[in-house]
Design a protein around this ligand. Structure first.
Ligand SMILES: Cc1cc2nc3c(=O)[nH]c(=O)nc-3n(C[C@H](O)[C@H](O)[C@H](O)COP(=O)(O)OP(=O)(O)OC[C@H]3O[C@@H](n4cnc5c(N)ncnc54)[C@H](O)[C@@H]3O)c2cc1C
Length: 422
């Protein structure tokens, strides 16, 4: 495999760009693997990479029913941050944020991580009190959080309507300077390429349609998967299919505390830099940032009813756009380029699920709601630990599936799936 470097680019320029190799192989499935991962999104690919790199488990396959990164990984709005209020959440996400800072070097692939700051706006005294409490909780755990005054907000984002007659007045904000954005599909491609180099088989167009259960010892342990490309044996199987978690777990007879809902986003035509950070408003249920190509990316709440359709209701995305324009009126002059949606796995406490299932050899990683992209490195690292050792990693221990039975939910919002997990 060629190492990507500036010298390679220069050599390519001189040699007619003929030396490039495919970034990963296109292997036929083998009869069996030590670990089979279902789902070739960022989380599944990162898990495979860390299994091979950190744990030396290289006899691994990632099975993807369509193309890698074509699920929520390639559909999200790329916000990366770690400023959750509860310790189990911010510790996991901050472990990931530190990994983002070196990910391009680690993978030898530019994931375009851009720490331009992630800012939650406060529109009232009550908002500011909540943001201050969150900031205190973060700083107690060594995570960056700065409470901004109105003037400081205006300095970061001059296009926000700071007038006292604004529809939603701005009282200040909570800023995480290390937060920002990353290029979503580059993350899938970077992990895929790096995992492939270590011997992981990435098998696209291979849908898992069932589980092979061991009848011999009566335990019903999973010993393989049925796929559209035949039966594949497995020592351990890791589900990593985001919005399809309920469907795939259902193939093993499991019912998850997850509801699949459509989440939409929108991007405008490309313009010169006008939004400097990632701006979010939890009160208004909307957020905005600018992509490196110049498009203004906006999003809001999910459609709030169960669906596997990757097609959202216009009224939902219209509301998010209207709220964003109320904050930054200049955006109203831009033309919309496209909207799209993905199927998100909304868990009932709004926190992810990572760990074993009641079925032996079967593990689950899901329930990331609409905030799992930022967790990709941390999710892969901790899930790989669990798949390799069979035990929880200290960072994913609070997110075991059985927390819902034990009454140990990690409920940051206190009211179930809410717009805090973007
Ligand atoms: C519009 C939108 C905006 C978002 N914005 C953000 C954001 O700004 N920041 C953030 O942190 N998060 C965001 N998210 C959430 C984030 O995208 C997801 O949590 C994250 O990408 C999930 O990654 P994944 O690898 O688990 O899932 P995916 O990328 O969806 O990968 C799962 C894969 O499993 C495959 N699969 C499904 N069933 C099977 C089967 N039976 N057999 C084989 N393969 C199967 C699918 O084809 C898919 O490729 C957003 C999501 C959406 C939809």
């Amino acid at each position: 495999m060629n190492r990507y470097s500036v010298f390679g680019l220069m050599r390519g320029a001189l040699g007619g760009q003929k030396h490039w190799q495919p970034a990963w192989r296109d292997p036929e499935p083998r009869a069996s693997y030590d670990v089979v991962i279902i789902g070739g999104g960022g989380h599944g690919l990162a898990t495979a990479y860390y299994l091979a790199k950190v744990h030396g488990v290289r006899n691994v396959a990632v099975l993807e029913k369509s193309w890698i990164g074509g699920g929520n990984t390639g559909r999200n709005t790329t916000l990366v941050r770690s400023n959750y209020r509860l310790a189990p959440l911010h510790n996991l996400f901050d472990f990931g944020l530190k990994m983002w800072e070196h990910l391009s070097d680690e993978l030898n692939y530019n994931v375009m991580f851009s720490p331009r700051g992630a800012m939650f706006l406060g529109h009232s005294d009550a908002d500011m009190t909540m943001l201050a409490q969150r900031g205190d909780a973060l700083r107690c755990d060594g995570i960056d959080a700065e409470l901004l005054t109105r003037d400081e907000v205006a300095k970061v984002e001059p296009l926000i309507d700071m007038s006292r007659t604004a529809r939603f007045p701005i009282e200040g904000a909570l800023m995480q300077p290390r937060g920002g954005t990353a290029r979503h599909d580059a993350v899938a491609w970077g992990y895929a390429r790096a995992a492939d180099v270590l011997g992981v088989d990435i098998i696209q167009k291979c849908e898992v349609t069932g589980f092979v259960r061991d009848g011999a010892d009566g335990s019903g342990a999973v010993v393989g998967v049925e796929t559209t490309r035949g039966r594949i044996g497995a020592g351990r199987v890791g589900i990593c299919v985001a919005g399809h978690s309920g469907q795939v777990a259902g193939l093993a007879g499991l019912k998850l505390p997850i509801e699949s809902q459509t989440l939409q986003a929108v991007v405008t035509e490309g313009v010169k830099p006008m939004v400097n950070s990632s701006v979010m408003s939890q009160s208004l249920h909307c957020y905005v940032s600018q992509s490196d190509k110049g498009g203004i990316v906006m999003g809001g709440d999910p459609d709030n009813w169960p669906s596997y359709a990757r097609r959202g209701q216009p009224t939902v995305i219209e509301t998010a756009i209207a709220q964003t324009i109320a904050i930054m009126p200049a955006l109203s002059r831009l033309r919309m380029l496209r909207t799209w949606s993905g199927v998100t796995d909304m868990s009932f406490d709004g926190a992810p699920i990572i760990g074993p299932t009641p079925v032996r050899n079967l593990f689950i990683n899901g329930g990331w709601c609409y905030g799992g992209f930022k967790a990709t490195p941390a999710s892969g690292w901790t899930y790989a630990h669990t798949l390799a050792t069979g035990a929880a990693h200290p960072l994913n221990a609070p997110f075991a599936l059985d927390r819902f039975v034990r009454g140990a939910t990690v409920d940051e919002t206190g009211v179930g799936p809410m717009p805090n997990h973007r």
